[in-house]
Every structure is written in C-alpha cells, then in structure tokens.
Design a protein around this ligand. Sequence first.
Ligand SMILES: Cc1ncc(COP(=O)(O)O)c(C=O)c1O
Length: 470
Amino acid sequence: MGRHQSSSLDLFIDPSLRNTKRDGIETAIRIAIRDGRLRPGTRLPSTRSLAQDLGVARATVSDAYGQLCAEGYLAIRQGAQPTVAWIPPVAEAAPPAQAHVAPAARWDLRPGRTDTSSFPRDAWIKATREVLAGLAESDLDYGDPRGVLQLRTALADYLGRARGVRASPGSLMVCSGFTQALWALCIALRAAGAQAIAVEDPGAIRARDIICASGLKVVGVSCDSQGIRVSELRDTAVAAVLVTPAHQYPLGATLSPERRGELLGWARAAGTLVIEDDYDGEFRFDRRPVGALQQLDSEHVVYIGTASKSMAPGLRLGWAALPDRLRESVIAAKEQADRGNSAIDQCVLAHLIETGDFDRHIRRMRANYQRRRNELLGLLNQRTPSIRPVGIAAGMQVILSLPSEMTEELVIAEAFRRDLLLHALSPYRIRLASTRMHAVIAGYGTPSQSSFRPAIGALANALEAASTMQ
Ligand SMILES: Cc1ncc(COP(=O)(O)O)c(C=O)c1O
C-alpha cells in the first residue's frame, strides 16, 4: 500500500506495516506521533473520512482510534474529532535518527537512570581476571539458552535471600535486562493465543511500546496510593498484567498486602499471569524490605529483575524466574533473539555475587541514593515548600506533585531554559483523566557526585521560576 492522504491531514498511513488493517493504521499513527509528525493537539480526521480515504470499514478506524486512546496517544471526546494527546518527554523529543544520542543538556534528572560513575570498576576488573583465568574453552562456546549455570545458581541464592524469590537455577533465565524478558514473554504469550496485557496507568512508556510491538494490545489500569486497582482488572480480558509491586513506576506506591492478595486471587481465578517488574527492589530507604510478590505464587507470577539499577544499564543483564508452563516457550523466544548473553559477563557477575562484592556494592549504592534523595528533599522543602514530593520511600526518582497553579509544561520549559532535563508525568499516563494531577518526575540517580548539587539547584530554580510565573 502506498501513500494515503486524508482529507484534513497529510498523513502517511501504511496499513501493510502490520498483519491487519487495524494494526497498520494504529502503528502508522503511533509512529507519526512518536516521531513528531503529529504534534500534541493536532486533530485527526473523523473515522468516516479516514475510512473513506483508506478504503476500509469505519469500524476498523474506530477500533484503531480506540486502542490509541487507551494507550494515551489520542484523546477522544464524544462528537469531536480525536486529537493527539501524547506529549513527548523532553528526552524523546529528538527525531528517531538521533534517538540514540543523549540530548544536549548540562544537567540530567530524567528518571530511570543510575549513577554509572559509581560502577565498581575495580571489583569488576579483578573478577574478570579471575574468571578468565579459570574458564574452560567450552565455557566460551554457545551455551545453555537459559544462561550460564554458575550465574543462575548464584542468582537463585541471592534472589531467595534478598528478595524472597522462589527460584531454582533451572527456573531462571538470564537475559538482556527487563526489556528482553518482557519481549520474550510477550512473544510466548501471543503464540499461546493472548491478545492483550494490562499495565499500570501511569506506567513505564517503554514497556507499553514493547507490548505493542509484539502485536499485543495494551490495557491501562489505574493506580492509587496502594498500587494497581485490581478491581479494574476484573472487567478486562487480558492474559497478563505487568506490575511494579515494590515501587510503582513512576508514582512510587508499594502494592499493599490487600492488593497483593486480590491480584493473586484474580490471576488464579482467571488463569492469567502477573508479570512482576522488580526494577529497583534493592533500593528501599525508609521502610522495611518488601519481598517479591512472586514468593506468594511462583506459578502465576513471573519475576523479572535487572542489573540495570543495581550495577549499570550498559551491562544489559537481567533475569526472569519463569513458571513451569511458560518456561520452554519464553526461553525459545529468547534463544531465537540472540543465542544467549555474554558468557564472560555472566561469570563475572556470578563471581561478584559469590564473593559478597555484589551485596557490598548494593549497600554502598543504597546509602548513596538515600543521601541524594535526602539532599533533594531537603532543598525542595526549603526552596519550594508548596511542591509535594511523592513516592520517596525507595528507588531513584520522586514525583513532584505541583500546586494547582503550576503546569507540567511550564516547569519542563523552565528546566529546559536552565539546561536541565526532566520528565513530566503526563506521557506516562495512558488515559488523561479530566482532573489530572500535574507533576514532574525527578530522577536523582544520574548526575555524578560532582554535578549532583548544581543539578538539583537548577531544579529548585526552575520550580521557583515556574511558581512565580502564574
Ligand atoms: C520500570 C522499569 N523497569 C525496568 C527497567 C530496566 O530495564 P532494563 O533491565 O531492560 O534496563 C527500567 C529502566 O529504566 C524501568 O524504568
């Protein structure tokens, strides 16, 4: 299919991008929004006129618009043309060709990043030397698609004692971070007939993209101070739900004991799956450790952990504890993707866990992030007391809930003027609720020790400026 011109909008729609026309329309519009060709507020053609232009049934366009609305890309009001609702985070505003290039800014408080300046280089070098000296030639061959046994054994032990995860080396799969575990799971679920996966709203944007790219639909389920609202799941027809129980991303709530029970009850009754993203489970500050949800039901919960927060994202190492019924298909999807992760890196990480260096590093980083968080909260309390920090008990980011007279757009713009990168909460939402809370997310993991103070100073300046501009 070629280029199609809708009556009111110059829009390249190539329905052949996907298996079905509806998928093709959805994908084309999603891409156009993400790469900035369709800007926030742009009105899309009515379902009737786009259906005519494309020569498809009106219901096909209507379904595609409905899904894009559920994903937060479009806002649809009764009787009005749909409008683009997705606001790119500052970091994603660059065109795709440059997407791999970090946007130029002096200070970076975007969430999801870690203090890579504290990577334990010396311990890693020492462990690499020891590992290489002891590796057999066969260890450097293609290996078990689940990962190196030594690492799976070390992880089974570590995850059991540190996170309460019930896993044996045989049930663990080493992979390229949470990203690959989710991707392989989606492929396996889709092959088993799944159509849709529920996600937290607001929630991680990248996870939604992965689910959609695998051909599954995304269904948003709202969250409150107890975590995901399980009651909303009962009205969905999803095969699984992706949750962040230890520290909801990005709002920061911990899934309450009642909701944990409800969630597992739902999964058992509906024969569905809970996907537990334990991205920053190691980094808790003010409250007692919260164990993994997976320990309560290892057949209905897939546990996914990552070295991206505890060590560094560049390692591209993560792990999943897989229920029996999914093990083979998920591992097969992972094997098709890459035939395994670096054996050397896996052995080095195993060595660090076995020697206790990994635990020591986690303890050091926990103290480091707690210090940064306290410094940030202290400064904001002093300079901008009307701004309420939320979700502060763990992790590497806080939500800054803005007073009613301040908007996200204004704070982001003021931050940008000060060479500071920050994310607004809106793009993390799927449904833009009518009474939406305006908030920005400040990650405090990234700036190196030396630039942390100036970075949070720039944040306080931006917030102060935005508050006086109303
Ligand atoms: C919610 C969430 N989960 C998991 C991850 C880690 O992904 P990966 O392990 O692929 O680096 C991130 C990274 O920012 C994240 O924000």
